[in-house]
Design a protein around this ligand. Structure first.
Ligand code: C5P
Length: 293
């Protein structure tokens, strides 16, 4: 049996550079792993099965865990089985990459359980085939994502940050937010590609998400009024997160803000890459070449 933690992310910056001929958007984003995780257990079994606790997400073929398992088993040259159990803690439709993190953990876990010996470099295209964000979750820490978000450049860890996640009682569907962006006002000119050492404190999906759900903008203002040095939407939402100078400040802000109706405030922190590696990768000897500490 193998058990892995699948960590969530926030986007510290997300610039949309334009719509591509394939229907995806060219983006330039800063991903950051945070200390909030799901857990997946992998056991030997002839058939491929998935059970889920902690959430009503369906355990059918729309689930990224099963999609990742199928793509990997094809890559390995034939149908293989495993019993997978997912304990969900990362909210769904929240812009925290929960489904993508689970998919990446599935690739890491099954690569070990099935003794495939695929390297990180070999797993990356498999991850990108499952979803635009999945490749980031094979890297962890802080990284820049370009293309659809699947081209990953690992960056050094920033100083630790305390975060307050504001979780509204609804989720957002990523394609819908991108459609709202395309239907919105056309900018005079496309933004220039940012310099990786100075990514802007901005999320270009915010305005579109706030047109669909105007209450999101008041959540951002509330975080700023509680002293957040930055308050942004994560990915396509619905999570709005604030960055605080210290954990006590984050706790105080969460206590003040958590009383809003239907909104859950959660205090967390950024997770450095070394800690991600220790907690997210299979035990020594089973981690993919290229990801070993
Ligand atoms: O790649 P993934 O399946 O996660 O993307 C979900 C949807 O989000 C895509 O079908 C597309 O509508 C939108 N998307 C996009 N541009 C990106 C990433 C996602 O338009 N860079």
């Amino acid at each position: 049996m193998i058990a892995l933690e699948a960590f969530a992310k926030v986007n510290r910056s997300l610039v949309v550079l334009g719509l591509r001929p394939d229907g995806y958007h060219e983006i330039d984003t800063l991903f950051q792993t945070i200390d909030l995780s799901d857990e997946i257990r992998f056991e030997e079994e002839n058939r491929l099965t998935l059970s889920i606790a902690g959430s009503a997400v369906p355990a059918d073929d729309s689930n990224l865990v099963l999609r990742a398992a199928r793509v990997l088993s094809e890559r390995a040259g034939g149908a293989r089985g495993a019993r997978l159990h997912l304990s969900k803690r990362i909210p769904v439709g929240a812009g925290l990459g929960g489904g993508s993190a689970d998919a990446a953990a599935t690739l890491l876990g099954l690569n070990a359980l099935w003794r495939l010996g695929l390297t990180a470099e070999e797993l990356r295209p498999v991850a990108a085939a499952v979803g635009s964000d999945v490749a980031f979750f094979l890297c962890g820490g802080r990284a820049r994502g370009t293309g659809r978000g699947e081209k990953i450049e690992p960056l050094p860890d920033p100083p630790d940050e305390s975060l307050v996640l504001f979780l509204p009682p609804f989720g957002m569907a990523t394609p819908e937010v991108y459609r709202a962006l395309d239907a919105g006002p056309v900018p005079d000119s496309l933004p220039p590609r940012p310099d990786s050492s100075a990514m802007p404190d901005r999320n270009d999906l915010e305005a579109a998400a706030e047109r669909l759900r105007p209450e999101l903008s008041s959540l951002r203002s509330a975080l700023v009024s509680q002293g957040a040095v930055s308050a942004r939407l994560s990915g396509s939402g619905s999570t709005v997160f604030g960055v605080f100078r210290s954990e006590p400040e984050a706790r105080a802000a969460a206590a003040a803000l958590g009383r809003r109706e239907g909104v859950r405030a959660l205090v967390t922190r950024t997770l450095p890459r070394a800690e991600w590696r220790r907690r997210a990768l299979p035990a020594a000897g089973n981690e993919p070449e290229g990801l070993k500490p």
